[in-house]
Design a binder for this molecule. Structure first.
Ligand code: SF4
Length: 290
């Protein structure tokens, strides 16, 4: 079945295809968002460019029934939760939408990749350890700046503690070290070493690729850094599919630095939508750990 046919047939579980991105190196997978929007309100988030009221997180209606129907139509390619929201926003504690989906996926033993900034995922260890799963925690910096960058997300330290708990139960896990931002990403070595200490097996990194709305938020929150780095994105960099990219040489330098540290610390490495040949594992996103 072609991706286009599947997109039409499926309700909530869709073929993963971010803007049909030419730079995406993900192996074929599906995408599922238990929530619409995300209340973590990260400054650099791209979902505000295509989801109305994106920072107002709301549950999907009849989620479990719709997921059950969709599952009958797809093969066993991994499902990624989530790419346009966090599957563990604060309301998940009460609503348990993501937990409900995991129970269904677990019964089918469907390979599942979770991407989150929240330690709520620890609650679901009982399910995750019984199914093919991998959890990737997003971290941009361990410093205080994270409270400005990701105002409503649990602290990076709590994410690392959650990673430790998952690894103690033998659940494969890693870090999405993104986005790297000139002027903000000052603690690269710290992040990589802390990830290793917490038990991370893989690190996926990428650079900030602002769109008009995320750049406005960035400029408002970090005016001095924005002023110093604006030309890198808007004059010297490239525009690719609606996003601004730092100059390729600079991205290569930043990501190679991370790669070197990751390999020194005996983890695997991948980059996300960079057009750079730096991956060392069977997947860029950690799905090879499934
Ligand atoms: S956690 Fe992810 S989806 Fe949610 S606001 Fe932050 S970057 Fe966006």
């Amino acid at each position: 079945m072609s991706k286009t046919t599947l997109k039409i047939l499926m309700d909530l579980i869709k073929p993963f295809d971010p803007w049909e991105g030419t730079l995406c190196t993900c192996r074929n997978k599906y995408s599922l968002n238990p929530y619409t929007g995300c209340s973590h309100q990260c400054i650099y988030c791209y979902i505000t460019s295509y989801i109305p009221k994106a920072f107002n997180c709301r549950p999907k209606k009849d989620l479990l029934g719709r997921v059950t129907k969709d599952l009958k139509k797809i093969d066993k390619k991994p499902i990624s939760m989530s790419n346009s929201s966090d599957p563990y926003p604060p309301i998940e504690r009460k609503l348990k939408q993501t937990r409900g989906v995991l129970k269904i996926l677990s019964k089918k033993q469907h390979p599942t990749l979770i991407v989150t900034k929240s330690d709520i995922v620890v609650r679901d260890i009982d399910i995750l350890r019984e199914m093919p799963s991998v959890v990737m925690f997003s971290i941009t910096t361990l410093g205080k700046t994270s409270t400005k960058l990701e105002p409503n997300a649990p602290s990076p330290q709590r994410r690392l503690e959650a990673l430790v708990k998952l690894r103690k139960k033998n659940i494969p896990a890693g870090i999405r070290f993104d986005p790297l931002i000139p002027g903000i990403s000052q603690d690269i070595e710290d992040v990589v070493i802390s990830a290793k200490k917490a038990g991370a097996l893989h690190i996926t990194a990428s650079t900030f690729k602002p769109r008009a709305d995320s750049w406005k938020r960035f400029e408002r929150t970090f005016p001095e850094i924005a002023q110093k780095t604006k030309r890198l994105y808007f004059e010297e960099g490239e525009r690719i599919q609606g996003s601004r990219y730092l100059p390729k040489e600079l991205r290569h330098r930043m990501l190679s630095q991370v790669r070197e540290l990751v390999l020194e610390n005996d983890m695997t490495f991948g980059v996300c939508r960079e057009g750079l040949n730096l991956n060392t594992a069977g997947s860029c996103d950690g799905s090879h750990l499934l």
